[in-house]
Design a protein around this ligand. Structure first.
Ligand code: PGA
Length: 253
């Protein structure tokens, strides 16, 4: 049985002080009472403060991006090892904003995924099509290309440590959500592809999250689909009450 993972991606929001306040509020709601996994990916500078306030809970913290090298003269960058040392257990890789604004390619996503695994972080690898690609019926092709690019020559053992997030780019931060049917269809395609490339057991155990304007109002519908194993939530994760409500919904399902 796959356990739900409800993950928040704060993007460039919440200072260390705000993160600590959020963490205290979330800890107060006793998130460990829910039988699901919970993750928050704050900005790097806010991660230690958030982690500190959540240290008595099972809520995990993660990075939003890492450099593909373990260390070096890369001014302004942060390594997987640094995140690990700061208490992170996950890291987002290949988020569409990284692909769009920072030119991240499938090849770079692959290198960063390998780096994360080597550092003992769980990579949460994001894939998804743009609006133009969907309109031109390219969705499946794009997803297959991104999957093949990111996980080329990966071993089954490496694959078993990865979480995938399907995030249609047109649904991110736009208020437009994929319908539960659209999302389910793509999740199934992803799972079938993993099955073909690796094996059925691995595909069956793989957690595939949906992301793109997930909020309290649509979470139940999306999360009740058989191949949707959680959510990667941007905007709605910024408010602790909303994030907590989505956690409750996942726990009830
Ligand atoms: P959103 O962001 O929930 O604000 O659409 C999702 C994401 O970027 O992961």
């Amino acid at each position: 049985m796959r356990k739900f993972l409800i993950a928040g991606n704060w993007k460039m929001f919440h200072t260390p002080k705000e993160a600590a306040e959020y963490g205290r509020k979330l800890a107060h709601k006793n998130p460990d009472q829910y039988d699901i996994d919970v993750l928050l990916c704050p900005p790097a500078l806010s991660l230690p403060a958030l982690r500190e306030t959540l240290r008595h809970t099972k809520v995990a913290v993660g990075g939003q991006n890492i450099h593909q090298e373990p260390k070096g003269a890369f001014t302004g960058e942060m390594s997987a090892e640094m995140y690990k040392d700061a208490g992170a257990s996950y890291v987002l890789v290949g988020h569409s904003e990284r692909r769009q604004y920072f030119g991240e390619t499938d090849e770079l996503v692959r290198s960063k995924t390998i780096r994360a695994l080597e550092a003992g972080l769980t990579p949460l690898v994001c894939i998804g099509e743009t609006l133009d690609e969907r309109k031109n019926n390219q969705t499946s092709n794009v997803i297959l290309t991104q999957l093949n690019g990111a996980f080329k020559h990966f071993s089954k053992s490496d694959m078993s440590k990865i979480v995938i997030a399907y995030e249609p780019v047109w649904a991110i931060g736009t208020g437009k959500t994929a319908t539960p049917e659209q999302a389910q269809e793509l999740h199934l395609l992803i799972r079938r592809t993993i099955e073909l490339e690796f094996d059925a057991a691995l595909a069956n155990d793989m957690r595939i999250l949906y992301g793109g304007s997930v909020k309290v109002e649509n979470a139940r519908d999306l999360l009740s689909r058989p191949d949707i194993d959680g959510a990667l939530i941007g905007g709605a994760s910024l408010k602790v009450d909303d994030f907590h409500k989505i956690i409750e919904i996942a726990h009830q399902l």
